[in-house]
Design a protein around this ligand. Structure first.
Ligand code: PLP
Length: 406
């Protein structure tokens, strides 16, 4: 789909045709996004918000329109806003910081075995800071987060639940909407890590009704150094600062011996310093591209490729981590071989032009749960086609023939 817009796919890689199966780590960028950022930087660049020049005023407007476009892409109701950060990781650290003055000794925080470290470590840190207890929700044998397992552990001591929407290892989709209802009934807030969901399936944070949700632009065919924390309006009102600095205060009061900053209200108190302006303006183009293709077509396309990719399972010695059905999952497939180290497989694949990821992929908990140290991960983007998948499987087969000498 649209592969002609991704010029990197035309560049020879290791003297071969590039087969890019690493979108879960970061997506390639379409030419429209690259051109928009280049054009902005070379013809109308300015800082935003605090300038009075026409240039600054017009860029401030363009930036605000881009924010609105992105917000509307992930919400259908107007009861929340997007805090612009520099990554999903920053957004998740920010989400955890919200609870620093709200949790007490004995309260509980619930995360899961399916989390990326970016949605695991900030909650460990929060637990240490507040004296709260970190609980880890079990996954089933396919690495799936289930309603049954959630219901078993929900209790009034849990004040916040932070779960991944889509696993970056198994591709499993979490039933977040149903979970939100149960979590709220139990009296807790719900934070969603949507880093692997946005761009690959319809996402509507206002419909899910989560308190906050994090994701980053570079996985959605956009620039790096741009992330988002969707927050319900109530959360924005209650948030005290995460970072402080330029743009966050109306005034600083020197009247008493105690110097007092008068912080702004709303989004501004949460966005200190100069934001990723050119990235945000370019990212609006990624969103336009996804809207033009239509997310339903992307879902169908990636599902068809996933069905093909699952055929990896029939190669000798291969074990797919998680479900081998194409239902209720996205195009992220991690696998191991009984005798060959993932790094050796990854090296062989790379030499043949197949770019993928190997290691624990910032997801030690689920690898431990599967009894693995590392895996090889293939992940799909809209620019992949059946040939890419067939070629990746064929090279994996060759790698096994060559490397499995046991
Ligand atoms: N959450 C999940 C599920 C991820 O897969 C990733 C990145 O791989 C992150 C969070 C962190 O995203 P970023 O590195 O863009 O901050």
């Amino acid at each position: 789909m649209l592969s002609s817009q991704f010029l990197e796919l035309k560049v020879k890689y290791n003297n071969q045709k590039l087969i890019y199966l690493d979108t879960a780590a970061s997506a390639l960028k379409p030419q429209a996004v690259i051109e928009t950022e280049k054009d902005f930087l070379s013809s109308r660049y300015s800082n935003i918000s605090r300038g009075i020049s026409n240039l600054s005023v017009s860029v401030t407007k363009e930036y605000a329109q881009a924010r609105q476009k992105v917000l509307q892409f992930v919400t259908s109701k107007s009861n929340g806003k997007l805090v612009i950060t520099n990554s999903a990781t920053t957004a998740l650290n920010m989400a955890a910081s919200f609870y620093e003055d709200k949790l007490q000794l004995g309260d509980e925080i619930l995360v899961s075995y399916a989390e990326h470290h970016s949605n695991f470590l900030p909650w460990i840190k929060l637990a240490k800071k507040t004296g709260a207890v970190l609980k880890v929700l079990e996954v089933d044998n396919f690495g799936q987060l289930t309603i049954d397992n959630l219901v078993k552990v929900l209790n009034p001591k849990i004040k916040v639940v932070a779960l991944t929407y889509v696993s970056n290892v198994t591709g499993a989709i979490t039933p977040v909407r149903q979970m939100a209802e149960l979590i709220h009934k139990a009296g807790a807030d719900f934070i969603v890590d949507a880093a692997q969901a946005v761009g690959h399936m319809p996402v509507d944070f206002s419909e899910i009704d989560c308190e906050m949700a994090a994701w980053s632009a570079h996985k959605v065919y956009g620039p790096t150094a741009l992330g988002f924390l969707y927050c319900k309006d109530r959360i924005i009102d209650e948030f005290s600062n995460f970072l402080v600095g330029g743009g966050t205060v109306d005034d600083i009061n020197f009247a008493d011996s105690d110097i007092k900053p008068i912080y702004k209200k709303g989004l501004e108190k949460l966005e200190a310093g100069t934001p990723p302006i050119s990235q945000m303006i370019a990212f609006a183009k990624s969103i336009e591209m996804l809207q033009t293709v239509n997310i339903k077509n992307i879902v169908n396309h990636e599902k068809q490729l996933t069905e093909e990719l699952i055929n990896l399972q029939s190669l000798p010695g291969i074990e797919i981590l998680g479900s081998i059905s194409s239902d209720n999952r996205l195009g992220i497939i991690s696998f191991t071989h009984q005798n060959i180290h993932p790094h050796d497989l990854g090296q062989f694949l790379d030499d043949a032009g197949v770019v993928c990821r190997v290691g624990h992929n910032c997801a030690v908990p689920i690898h431990r749960r599967f009894g693995k140290v590392a895996s090889v991960r293939f992940s799909l983007g809209l620019y992949n086609n059946l040939n890419d998948v067939k070629q990746a499987i064929a090279v994996t087969k060759e790698a096994i023939n060559f490397l499995d000498k046991v």
